[in-house]
Design a binder for this molecule. Structure first.
Ligand code: SF4
Length: 302
């Protein structure tokens, strides 16, 4: 890649008069040795998988394998369409779609890790709801995924994208930054505005710990995806309105690295702290262990 941080990416866009997605598409093709068309087709398939996961998750009441989660996306989808909902309908839709894809992940369905399975709902939530709202084509959305990919590439190479390394800020925070920056470009914003959106978004999740109950990517992961989609919409709007990230976005990414490195192990996907070790969290783990034991002894009897 010809860029290693967001500043270089924005400068490259300015020098070549191209949007972020096109720089990413060209560079990715060069790096992989495949043609731009092949790269683009692969990304189009990924977008298809995201849309399928939204459709599946929004209509399903199926519980996850653990039985802990499932059906919330459908509930939220129905509720946000009512007059009483606090969020306007399309924001509610983004939230519901993000929950839907995360629930599909929890029930072992097919998703695209964006950037990880734990944060797989945010980009589809933002993208699919925005496509419905603005009437964009699939091709436009695929371009947006390349923009999100460029942002994710930079975050991964300068900080973390996994909860085990940097806490939930690295998964959910990165996904929000990717979705926010991409949405700015999808809406016709400049690369510079997209870069500001990344910093605005990621500042808001700094310090977020990774504390999945029972080590399962369900609680609190699924709801964090729902909130993440809403945050991404807000960050994109702020950037498009002209709000800039006073602390440059590359520096925000560095802060995420600093905070994640200082995070104790109990808050980095080990399920030994945070929500995972609350009285209720521990109770759930005990119950899951009992259920597994019962299941194993029933299997033996067969
Ligand atoms: S809590 Fe941990 S496992 Fe769950 S989404 Fe956040 S980083 Fe991923």
């Amino acid at each position: 890649m010809r860029f290693s941080n967001l500043k270089e990416l924005a400068l490259l866009c300015a020098d070549e008069g191209k949007p972020i997605y096109l720089i990413m598409l060209e560079d990715q093709a060069l790096e992989s040795g495949r043609t731009a068309e092949q790269e683009w087709d692969k990304m189009k398939q990924y977008y298809g998988i995201m849309k399928e996961a939204v459709t599946k998750g929004i209509s399903s009441e199926k519980l996850s394998r653990s039985g802990l989660t499932g059906g919330d996306a459908k509930r939220v989808h129905e509720y946000t369409r009512q007059q009483e909902a606090s969020l306007e309908p399309f924001t509610g839709l983004a939230m519901a779609y993000a929950l839907a894809v995360s629930e599909v992940n929890a029930s072992m369905g097919r998703i695209v890790a964006t950037p990880t399975a734990g944060s797989c709902g945010i980009i589809p939530g933002v993208f699919v709801s925005s496509q419905e709202r603005f009437g964009w084509t699939d091709d436009h959305m695929v371009n947006g995924l390349f923009c999100a990919g460029a942002i994710g590439y930079i975050i991964a190479n300068n900080s973390f994208i996994s909860g085990a390394e940097g806490g939930c800020q690295a998964e959910i925070g990165s996904a929000i930054g990717m979705a926010a920056g991409a949405l700015v470009e999808l809406k016709g914003g400049t690369p510079e505005q997209a870069v500001h959106a990344v910093g605005l978004a990621m500042k808001n999740t700094l310090g977020l710990i990774c504390d999945p109950v029972g080590g399962l990517v369900e609680i609190p992961c699924i709801v964090r995806n729902g909130f993440g989609a809403v945050n991404a919409l807000a960050a994109a709007d702020m950037a498009l309105a002209g709000v800039s990230s006073v602390i440059p976005s590359d520096e925000v990414i560095q802060v995420m690295l600093e905070v994640g490195s200082a995070m104790p192990d109990i808050h980095r996907e080990t399920a030994r702290g945070g929500l995972a070790q609350t009285p209720t969290g521990r109770q759930i783990i005990k119950q899951l262990a009992k259920d597994r034991k019962k299941f194993r002894s029933e299997l033996k009897k067969r």
